[in-house]
Structures are given as structure tokens and as C-alpha cells.
Ligand binder design. Structure first.
Ligand SMILES: [Zn+2]
Ligand SMILES: [Zn+2]
Length: 339
């Protein structure tokens, strides 16, 4: 089968890889219908994470081609969506809703779903079948649930977005945009997008933003306070992962408010004393997407939400290198790969 391999930072190739096989009885093999490139794939691409002939991709939708004898919840021919973290969905951590920290957790990034096929361990606990074969136009939105929507949704839930709440979203990448959609669906009263790119502001408004703040850092915090009677937002989502964005998110949260942080924050240093005096709730980390998948799939299936609009460039798998380049240069927000 063909699949994306990153030889070294910035060197993306599509090559012949070995076909996956069932190893454990709880495995499933899926034939991918579509995959995509994630903001986090840019970490190794830019040399921040090591890359030595690394298989790539962790977002996926596809059709089950083969199952191990212990798999019960999905069958051959099912169209399935899975989270970017493998989970058994039966351990205590999974049952408490944190499948991304499952005792059997494994990052799908190690499996590499920018490929024609993938072996999914713990298929019963990881994959969710759609009600039937989807119309082709639903595939981008179903693919979005696998990570960006699931992650944005978790961030909004972690920030306790809901009726009567003002939600501020730091970051206008795919996850930030999906957090706006989530805040709207969760019933937030006011949603402030922090963005300085015109095209993304437009998409933010499409997904439910009521206000846009272009300022960053302390000026951004001051602007949020100005819009909230001096208090700060009830709920803040951090979806960037830089020092400035993280501290902006802490500063924009009102005392007793909630911060949901999902930006992968390698280099962020959080001064304890600033967090201490902020007096806020914080929850973040790799999103337990599996918790939300059934609900998100249903909303997509019923055409109530349109997260697939976040893909602004579609390329065949063979042209993956162009997709990486476009995301690295920010000429694309999120790239869908057709297989
Ligand atoms: Zn991702
Ligand atoms: Zn588990």
C-alpha cells in the first residue's frame, strides 16, 4: 500500500509501505476513505520533534476490511471513524471519560493513517461505526470529528462553555474554529474569536463567533476585559500552544472561570505565581475524542453541523508533500488527503 513517510524534517514522501495485518484478536484493518494533515504534523516537519523515516497521520475514516476474532462492535464493511488515540473504552480511565489516557492508549500517529490502510488496535473501544455508508459530501465532516472537532469540542467542554457564558477562543486554526462551533452548539451566549486573519475571522463567524478581537498578549487580555465588564470571559479555550497564547488565555479567564487548553505547548513555561493569582480552573491535554464521537457523528449525520468546511485544500495522497508545505506556510488551514 502507499503511505506518507517523513524521511527527515521537511522531507515528505509517499512510498510503498507494507500492508497492515491483524496481529491481535482485538485489531481491525481499515481501508481509508480520506485522511488529513494536522497542525501537530508540523512539529516534526519543522524539526521540533524528531523525524527519521516516520510514518505520518492520525486522523482517519474508512471501511472495515478485516477484523480479529474478538472484535464485536464493528464488522467488515462498516464505515467507521476513530479517535487519534487508541483506547479499550473499558478501563477505569476510559469509563471516567478520559479515553486519551486509557491504560492501553497508543497514539495513532505511530500507526500512520496518511495511507491506504491502517491496523487499528482495540477496534471495539476505538472505532465508531456510522449509521450507514455516508454520502461523499459528508466524509470531510466525519473526518473532522476524528481530531479537530473532537479536540475543539473537548476544549469547549473543559472550559465549561454553555448557556449564559461568554467564551473566548485563543487561536484561529482548525481546532480553534471547531471550539467556536462547539461553544455555539453547547449554547454559549457570546463567543469571542481571537484572530487577526480576515479569512479565518469569516469562518469563525460562520461557526458562531459573535465578536472578533485582533489584539494579542496583554492588549488582547485588556480587550476581553473591556468586552466583559472588566471581569474576563467565563470560559477560555487555548488552541495554539505558544507562550503568548497560553498566558493570554490565562489572563482572559475571569476569577473562578474555566480554561480549556488543547494547543500542544512544548515550550510554554507557566509562572506558578501567575496561575496562583489567576484563581481559575484549568483542564487540558490530548482530547478524549472517543467520549464525544457518537454524539459528534450523529450531529454530522443529521447535517446539523458542518465541520468539514475547515478543510480549505484537498489533494490526492500522492501530493501530500504539497499539503505539508501549504500548512507550514499557512496558505492552508487544514488539508484533506483523498485516497
Ligand atoms: Zn490531529
Ligand atoms: Zn481504557
Amino acid at each position: 500500500m502507499r503511505g506518507v513517510v517523513m524521511h527527515t524534517a521537511g522531507d515528505i514522501r509517499v512510498e510503498e509501505r507494507e500492508d497492515p495485518k491483524i496481529i491481535d484478536p482485538t485489531d481491525a484493518i481499515i481501508r481509508l476513505s480520506a485522511s488529513c494533515i494536522c497542525g501537530s504534523d508540523l512539529w516534526p516537519y519543522r524539526g521540533i520533534e524528531p523525524a527519521d523515516h516516520k510514518v505520518m497521520g492520525h486522523e482517519y475514516v474508512g471501511v472495515v476490511e478485516e477484523i480479529g476474532h474478538a472484535v464485536k462492535n464493528v464488522k467488515v464493511g462498516d464505515f467507521v471513524v476513530g479517535s487519534f488515540v487508541i483506547s479499550d473504552n473499558t478501563c477505569e480511565i476510559c469509563l471516567s471519560g478520559f479515553q486519551s489516557k486509557c491504560v492501553h492508549a497508543e497514539f495513532v500517529a505511530e500507526i500512520g493513517t496518511q495511507a491506504e490502510k491502517a491496523r487499528i488496535p482495540y477496534a471495539d473501544g476505538t472505532l465508531v461505526a456510522t449509521p450507514g455508508q455516508p454520502d461523499p459530501d459528508l466524509i470531510p465532516s466525519l473526518l473532522a470529528t476524528s481530531d479537530v472537532l473532537g479536540t475543539g469540542w473537548f476544549a469547549a467542554v473543559a472550559a465549561q462553555a454553555g448557556p449564559g457564558k461568554t467564551v473566548a477562543v485563543v487561536g484561529d486554526g482548525a481546532v480553534g474554529l471547531m471550539a467556536i462551533l462547539a461553544a455555539r452548539e453547547l449554547g454559549a451566549e457570546r463567543i469571542i474569536a481571537m484572530s487577526r486573519h480576515k479569512d479565518r475571522q469569516e469562518l469563525a463567524r460562520f461557526y458562531g463567533a459573535t465578536d472578533v478581537v485582533e489584539e494579542r498578549g496583554n492588549e488582547g487580555i485588556a480587550k476581553i476585559k473591556e468586552l466583559t465588564g472588566g471581569l474576563g470571559a467565563h470560559s477560555v479555550v487555548e488552541a495554539v500552544g505558544t507562550q503568548e497564547a497560553f498566558m493570554q488565555a490565562v489572563g482572559a479567564t475571569r476569577g473562578g472561570g474555566h480554561l480549556g487548553y488543547v494547543g500542544v505547548n512544548y515550550d510554554v513555561q507557566i509562572p506558578g505565581i501567575e496561575l496562583f493569582f489567576a484563581g481559575i480552573h484549568t483542564l487540558g491535554g490530548p482530547a478524549p475524542v472517543r467520549r464525544f464521537l457518537p454524539e459528534l457523528i450523529k450531529m454530522v449525520w443529521d447535517r446539523r453541523i458542518d465541520p468539514g468546511k475547515v478543510f480549505d485544500l484537498t489533494l490526492p495522497l500522492d501530493r501530500a508533500a504539497e499539503g505539508y508545505k501549504a500548512m507550514d506556510r499557512r496558505t492552508a488551514t487544514k488539508v484533506l488527503l483523498t485516497i
